[in-house]
Design a protein around this ligand. Structure first.
Ligand SMILES: [Zn+2]
Ligand SMILES: [Zn+2]
Length: 225
């Protein structure tokens, strides 16, 4: 097996358990050097609203603004900081369209989502334009074979992708989503999954629709923050 990022050969380390159980080996997707370039976020030292890494677990300034605007705030967790290695990874996965790279963080993301224990997992959708050019929804790819309920849908083709917008433009975006099946979320604890938490705007738009449909609670997870 070679590292999906630098193509270096990954040595297989057999444990006694592997030998005894004869289970299929868990394949490493990255070499140690590439893996070390990513910085995990400790949820104990992060903003409880947006998952931003910080010393104390208090609500950061940005989340206090969301709280003022909506009267509630998200409870978001992110697995990694959006550092240079993560930017490069996202670039190769999303924009260069290297579909194999969905495997890199799949296990960790699934594990975190299972820990959070939601009734259903809703991935943030991509626009029809992105789907046509990229050929896949990167969030669904990251979630692997996890069961998801894709009840959110983009209203219409958004001419400009979120990634092309400035921070100000992102924050001013109007509701881009439709909730296809409000009954599916009513009374349930819903987990929204996204690839990157940037301003929070996208997740708040999604959460507003879920709350209107009277879901019991909304939590969210992204790979990066
Ligand atoms: Zn590597
Ligand atoms: Zn925050």
């Amino acid at each position: 097996m070679n590292c999906l990022l630098c193509n270096a050969r990954i040595a297989v380390r057999l444990t006694l358990r592997d030998l005894v159980t004869l289970q299929p080996l868990e394949q490493a997707t990255l070499c140690d050097r590439c893996r070390a370039a990513f910085t995990p976020i400790d949820p104990e030292h992060a903003c409880p609203g947006c998952g931003r890494p910080q010393k104390d677990p208090h609500l950061c300034c940005e989340c206090q603004k969301w709280q003022q605007q909506y009267g509630w705030h998200l409870r978001h967790q992110a697995l990694y900081t959006y550092n240079d290695a993560m930017k490069e990874y996202m670039h190769r996965y999303k924009f260069a369209g290297d579909w194999r790279l969905r495997h890199v963080f799949c296990d960790e993301l699934q594990q975190r989502i299972r820990q959070i224990k939601a009734d259903l997992v809703v991935p943030i959708p991509v626009t029809a334009t992105t789907m046509a050019t990229r050929g896949f929804n990167q969030v669904q790819g990251l979630l692997g074979d996890l069961a998801v309920v894709p009840v959110l849908q983009h209203r219409a083709a958004d001419k400009v992708a979120q990634s092309q917008k400035t921070r100000r433009q992102r924050l001013q975006t109007s509701q881009p989503f439709l909730l296809r099946d409000p009954a599916a979320v009513c009374g349930r604890r819903v987990l929204l999954a996204d690839d990157i938490y940037t301003t929070g705007r996208t997740l708040y738009h999604a959460a507003v629709l879920l709350k209107k449909a009277r879901c019991r609670e909304v939590v969210s997870v992204s790979l990066a923050r």
